[in-house]
Design a protein around this ligand. Structure first.
Ligand SMILES: Cc1ncc(COP(=O)(O)O)c(C=O)c1O
Length: 433
């Protein structure tokens, strides 16, 4: 049901001049389904019922979910419409095609060709990660995490019983970095470690590992008989100045790596549930197969169809999207530096996520909520991301240029003029949680 019905609200400014459902005028140029539109129709987002735009939006601007607003890729929507119109809801056999499409995308975009015979479908990337924990670690084994880290990873211990060991990223004046000597020490000191879970590129800091760093990580993993699970879901958003090198393409990675990824971030199709896990060699796949196939489930038809269209036809659209978010990351960083210097941010090398350091403002132990209460911009609380998350909030800048400016304007007007000391006190008085 359309909640967004009043012209008095801020979001009315973000409506298109004409409802999208009206037929185009006779002289409208043919619709180009590879063209990215830098526009978010908020009423439509709300009506579509997705989590991002209905959870606490549109009253607050949703910048807490790692989902961008510029989807869906039009060709994908057309294909799904076709399948729906045809009533294609029965059992399906599109998984092999989806895997071929993934292998083609990876070859074209990254020069790494996964072996389709060593690539399996999952419903979600998280399922891929969790099933690898089951397959490659003993109940008494340990998994290395890289905090501050995508928060669901921090629940591995609670949900699987495995120990987790923190390999913390380190922050200096140039941003967040991996400490490879630190990894060497962790592995040398703890023989129980059986898995390293990489988030490559890294959510929330946007850090991208270089080939040299990946090579060293592979050497250490091989030396200590550790499996590396590389979550590469954000790889498509790697900006000029950095290069995404798939871990599996690094020499020596063949015997110890699993790549888990999907098109859901790139094409904003998280609700469709379709992802892949690609194994570097057959022995690893055999070990993985010890998990009964039927416990793993499989992607549904619409998820597969969407992924196929994205991976086969999405190059031009994704290039435009990445160029837009490349602009956004610099624009956000530069406006914050000029207008809100107490909010510190390093320009991310990848992802459409900004990891904001609010510690100079005393945001308490719920920095995301602190920010939301003052600005109406709904961000994720940093402490959820584990050590390194204190004083931080994660902000999704994957939106239109106009909405990004609305977000920044609100940050500036909400906290820019208030002295830090007076802001610290009133968090408990908020009517909203
Ligand atoms: C690093 C990372 N992995 C996995 C996911 C979730 O993927 P899925 O919904 O397919 O489990 C996200 C979503 O934000 C993510 O950032």
């Amino acid at each position: 049901m359309l909640k967004c019905d009043s012209d008095h609200h801020w979001w009315a400014r973000y409506r298109p001049p004409m409802p999208e459902s009206e037929p185009p005028a006779a002289d409208t140029p043919p619709f180009n389904d590879s063209l990215l539109s830098d526009h978010v129709d908020i009423a439509r987002k709300v009506a579509s019922g997705g989590y991002k735009w209905t959870h606490r939006a549109p009253e607050w601007i949703p910048a807490f979910v790692a989902e961008h607003d510029l989807g869906p890729f039009p060709a994908m929507r057309n294909r799904l419409r076709e399948v729906v119109d045809l009533g294609g809801f029965g059992y399906h056999a599109t998984i092999d095609h989806m895997i071929e499409a993934f292998c083609g995308w990876s070859t074209r975009r990254y020069g790494w060709t996964p072996d389709p015979a060593l690539t399996v479908p999952n419903t979600s990337v998280i399922q891929g990660v969790w099933s690898c924990v089951e397959a490659f670690t003993e109940p008494t084994g340990a998994v290395i995490l890289t905090p501050p880290i995508y928060f669901p990873f921090n629940t591995i211990s609670e949900s699987t019983g495995r120990r987790t060991v923190d390999w913390r990223l380190i922050k200096d004046d140039n941003g967040w970095h991996y400490d490879l000597d630190g990894l060497a020490h962790l592995l040398a000191d703890d023989p129980g470690i059986q898995m390293l879970l990489l988030c490559h590129p890294h959510n929330p800091t946007g850090r991208v590992l270089t080939t040299d760093q990946l090579t060293r990580i592979v050497e250490l993993a091989s030396e200590h008989d550790v499996v590396i699970v590389s979550d590469e879901i954000h790889a498509d958003f790697t900006y000029p100045g950095a290069t995404h090198v798939p871990l599996a393409a690094v020499p020596g990675a063949a015997s110890c790596t699993v790549t888990v990824t999907s098109g859901i971030k790139t094409f904003a199709m998280g609700g469709l549930r379709a992802s892949v896990a690609s194994f570097a060699d057959e022995d690893m796949l055999v070990r993985y197969r010890r998990i009964p196939e039927h416990l793993l489930g499989s992607p549904n038809r619409l998820g597969c169809e969407a992924a196929i269209v994205g991976w086969e036809e999405g190059d031009t659209w994704v290039d435009q999207l990445v160029a837009l978010f490349d602009h956004h990351r610099h624009h956000l960083a530069s406006r914050l530096a000029d207008e809100l210097p107490d909010v510190r941010m390093h320009v991310p090398q990848s992802t459409f996520l900004a990891w904001l350091d609010l510690s100079a403002l005393g945001p308490g132990d719920r920095p995301g909520r602190w920010l939301r209460d003052r600005t109406g911009v709904d961000c994720k609380d940093g402490p959820l991301f584990g050590p390194g998350g204190e004083g931080h909030a994660r902000l999704t800048f994957g939106t239109s240029t106009a909405l990004l400016d609305e977000i920044i304007d609100r940050l500036v007007s909400g906290i820019g003029t208030s002295p830090a000391s007076s802001l610290e006190t009133d968090i408990g008085n908020s009517a909203f949680h």
